[in-house]
Design a protein around this ligand. Sequence first.
Ligand code: NDP
Ligand code: MG
Ligand code: MG
Length: 337
Amino acid sequence: MANVYYAKDADRKQLEGKTVAIVGYGSQGHAQAQNLRDSGVNVIIGLRRGKSWEQAEKDGFTVYEVQEAVKQADLVNLLMPDETMAKVYQSQVAPNLKSGSALFFSHGFNIHFEQIVPPKDVDVALIAPKGPGHLVRRVYEEGFGVPGLIAVHQDASGKAKEIGLAYAEGIGATRAGVIETTFKEETETDLFGEQAVLCGGVSELVKNGFETLTEAGYQPEIAYFECLHELKLIVDLMYEGGLAGMRYSISDTAEFGDYTSGKRVVGEASREAMKAVLKDIQDGTFANKWIRENDEGKKEFNRIREEEKDHPLEKTGAKLRSTMAWITEDGKAAIKQ
Ligand code: NDP
Ligand code: MG
Ligand code: MG
């Protein structure tokens, strides 16, 4: 069984009198900074001038250039896009990192693939909330927390894990549970999950289902509802009760089709493909490709992004969603009135 830590395992004193610099004020940055502040931690923000800077000031934080924030900090958490982190680290973080301080991450990519190699005299740890930033903030405000992962890469002070747990408590994660892992495990499973199942796998499943129905002459609107819209309802049931909970709610006909046809669609070939995807993640093939893509200005990435926007599924969906008042925030408010 995995080690799971809760509030009783965290000692707030580990962050007392310390300054935490959150570098980046995007999805995770704004959420973790605000949660820590509400938990009584002294937080400053490190940024470049621009939109995020203005937002962080509006939210009441003191904001500094990255170099200055790092100079002042006992704990620095790098919460900016993984693909820009290494350059910012080399030019602005590393030269100013105090000996004996701690360097934190929410994802292990740059450490695991050695894009960032911190000096030996700092703690290096990871606190990864298992949810998007806006949920990390909302759930904390509701008095609960998003679960998280903790990993220690380098324990210079002998207290890296204790400081990590105090940080996890500050952002609310120990209210839900913090699972112990390694940078390697977090990085590889995170990349695999998003590529094979959550993002890549699901997107292609939805698109292939939509195309199969429309190519057979069915109306795109019906295909959209069947293959994309209803997915949320099914996933909600899975989230609450696992596969069994979902199968309890669907009809027996749907359940029988699930057992007999599911494996025909996602079978041995898919499993082999998943293994190949995992191998590319483990041996660094994917990481190298992504690093090269960024160095070359994300040309391929941007080309595919544009192409995907033009898919008939997306055109059909945009039209349909604009008429579904209950999906948009404005619509929800209008229905309540
Ligand atoms: P975002 O893409 O939201 O980060 C954007 C922020 O980084 C902005 O405030 C931006 O400022 C700032 N930034 C970008 N470039 C620079 C720069 N050169 N100098 C200073 N600031 C800069 O990141 P996420 O919150 O999505 O991800 C942060 C980390 O958390 C990553 O390691 C990610 O893997 C991890 N993570 C993210 C999750 C999520 O929910 N998104 C979930 C779990 C982990 P500006 O406005 O100036 O551009
Ligand atoms: Mg990820
Ligand atoms: Mg149906």
